[in-house]
Design a protein around this ligand. Structure first.
Ligand SMILES: C[S@@+](CC[C@H](N)C(=O)[O-])C[C@H]1O[C@@H](n2cnc3c(N)ncnc32)[C@H](O)[C@@H]1O
Length: 256
């Protein structure tokens, strides 16, 4: 069997990702499958291969981060952001939104499009991810026909421009979003947020890490702020943390 610790050390040194926080069985299965497709016969071989072959190294980074995303992911639920602004959040001069684990930017740009469309313009979105490659992609804001597949035509016309055979997010939307590297396991959390999106990432983390993250979100939020989670997720101990359930996938910070 592989000496996985050696690989964990390498991943930390190379990508600053702490794999110990991720669910072990799933992660090991994916890593073993990936390695079995290469010429490597041991973890040491595999590490040497990554050091020599940048393509394998980048593919391996993609494998451990799992960047799958889409615009307006779970559309019916995603559009409830409109009601978050109309009904849940107090009126403010400026709203701060954090799209954590934002992948290629589809998520924060979708939020911006929804808000522009309901005439909310006084907001800023901090969009973060652990993976620098996806952040560069997000910052370019250029998407293929496949990637914009879920964008309703109305939004496509209003918020994208044609860019060769691709689509580029318009500058006034792009200007609303700032991309930064942030690790939900290792980094300090930003504060004074009104809405935090954390979707389809904590499913890969161990239970204790999840709990720590949701507790930190509580501290990151302004009073009455909302956390929006993925469509297969649940914050079981939400009351203990200090949240009320505002909707099936939305939790609101209770003022104590
Ligand atoms: C499946 S995507 C989810 C993207 C988007 N939130 C969505 O729901 O469509 C998971 C993202 O989490 C990021 N990620 C994985 N581990 C992370 C960590 N420790 N801190 C921050 N982001 C992480 C990955 O790089 C990837 O872009």
């Amino acid at each position: 069997m592989f000496d996985i610790n050696e690989l964990y050390d390498y991943v930390y040194k190379e990508f600053k990702i702490k794999l110990e926080a991720y669910k072990e069985v799933q992660m090991h299965r994916r890593i073993e499958f990936f390695i079995s497709k290469t010429s490597a016969k041991s973890i040491k071989d595999f590490i040497d291969l990554c050091k020599k072959n940048n393509i394998i190294k980048e593919q391996f980074l993609d494998l451990i981060t799992i960047n799958v995303t889409e615009f307006f992911r779970n559309m019916d639920i995603f559009l409830q952001i409109k009601d978050v602004f109309r009904k849940a959040l107090p009126k403010k001069e400026k709203y701060m939104i954090w799209s954590s684990a934002c992948s290629n930017g589809a998520e924060p740009y979708s939020v911006a499009m929804i808000l522009e469309n309901i005439n909310v313009h006084n907001y800023k979105i901090l969009a973060t991810d652990i993976d620098k490659n996806v952040l560069d992609y997000a910052n370019n804001g250029i998407y293929s026909e496949d990637e914009i597949g879920e964008v309703p035509n109305y939004y496509l016309i209003k918020y994208f421009e044609k860019y060769g055979n691709k689509y580029k997010i318009k500058n006034f939307i792009k200007d609303k979003v700032v991309f930064r590297r942030h690790d939900l396991i290792l980094d300090e959390f930003p504060v004074c947020m009104d809405l935090i999106l954390c979707r389809n990432v904590v499913i890969y983390f161990k239970k204790e890490e999840k709990m720590k993250i949701y507790n930190k979100f509580y501290k990151s939020l302004n009073d009455n702020g909302i956390v929006f989670i993925g469509a297969t997720e649940n914050i079981y101990d939400y009351q203990q943390i200090g949240f009320n359930k505002w909707g099936t996938f939305f939790y609101q910070k209770v003022v104590r």
